[in-house]
Design a protein around this ligand. Structure first.
Ligand SMILES: Nc1ncnc2c1ncn2[C@@H]1O[C@H](COP(=O)(O)OP(=O)(O)O)[C@@H](O)[C@H]1O
Ligand SMILES: [Mg+2]
Length: 260
């Protein structure tokens, strides 16, 4: 392990993520180009940027799906170089741009499987009889208690995303990386999702990759703007919106936001 640096997380117990000089290359093309990012507990961070900026690749790198250089530590523990399931077990969870629930299984069964990931067969066997308290809790949090026996495949689009978030909660993820969670959602679903993210974000660190500027303005506690693999701005919604470089790179959308 490298020596603690000034401003680093040595000795701190709050769960957070520190990304330093993160770099991902695909055949000589640099998709993530030296990204530094510090995420604190309680942060509802929006990660925005044009298509192809490297947002998904950054999430992939943090969760071990693509090889990367640099450093990603969670409370001092290096994540880079670890396998995906190890990173998940260290409390870093993510969702994908397209929902990945087991469609034929019920909401409860999906949560049960997620909760079982990383547990012993003995523990799994023991809990079959009744619903685990953490699963009850997750059902409540994601608002799907009344749908516990519904096959995931027939849930509304928004509910599927909430189920995915619930699956991360029962895995005890305290860093959640959500890749475009409200894409395709109705206005009402977006609002509910924002409230859900607030509820779960208070005790955790949540990163939301998002395009919807209204949604960002309503719920972000901080924003990072990525363009061509680099962080071009970092700060509050207002700071980022007023940043000329952001306005330039993000032209259409940012200008629209300012007019609104
Ligand atoms: N597996 C891959 N192989 C080659 N290039 C990739 C791969 N994944 C992503 N890229 C490229 O990396 C860049 C960033 O992509 P991505 O992270 O998906 O952007 P975003 O999520 O911000 O829209 C894009 O130019 C994309 O084409
Ligand atoms: Mg993407």
């Amino acid at each position: 392990m490298s020596a603690p640096e000034f401003g680093g997380n040595a000795g701190m117990s709050a769960e957070y993520l520190e990304i330093r000089d993160l770099r991902v290359q695909f055949d000589g093309f640099t998709a993530v180009d030296g990204v530094d990012l510090t995420l604190f507990q309680g942060d509802l961070r929006f990660l925005i940027g044009p298509n192809g900026a490297g947002k998904t690749t950054l999430v992939d790198a943090v969760t071990g799906l693509v090889p990367a250089t640099g450093s990603v530590t969670k409370s001092g523990v290096e994540l880079l170089g670890r396998k995906t399931h190890k990173i998940a077990r260290l409390g870093v969870g993510r969702t994908f741009q397209t929902a990945s629930v087991f469609e034929e299984l019920s909401v409860l069964q999906n949560l049960d499987i997620a909760a079982g990931a990383g547990r012993s067969p003995w523990q799994l066997l023991r809990r079959r009889k009744d619903v685990l308290p953490e699963i009850e809790q997750a059902l409540e949090t994601i608002g799907l208690t009344a749908h516990r026996d519904t096959p995931a495949g027939i849930l509304a689009h928004g509910q599927k995303q909430w189920l995915e978030i619930g699956m991360l909660l029962v895995q005890n993820a305290d860093v959640l990386l959500l890749d475009e969670p409200v894409a395709g959602m109705s206005g009402a679903e977006r609002e509910e999702t924002g409230q859900l993210l607030r509820r779960i974000g208070a005790q955790r660190t949540v990163v939301v990759v998002e395009h919807d500027m209204d949604f960002m303005r309503a719920f972000a506690t901080s924003v990072t703007v990525l363009a061509r693999g680099k962080v071009i701005a970092d700060g509050t919604v207002e700071e980022v919106q007023n940043n000329p470089q952001v306005q330039q790179v993000y032209l259409g959308t940012t200008a629209a936001v300012q007019e609104a």
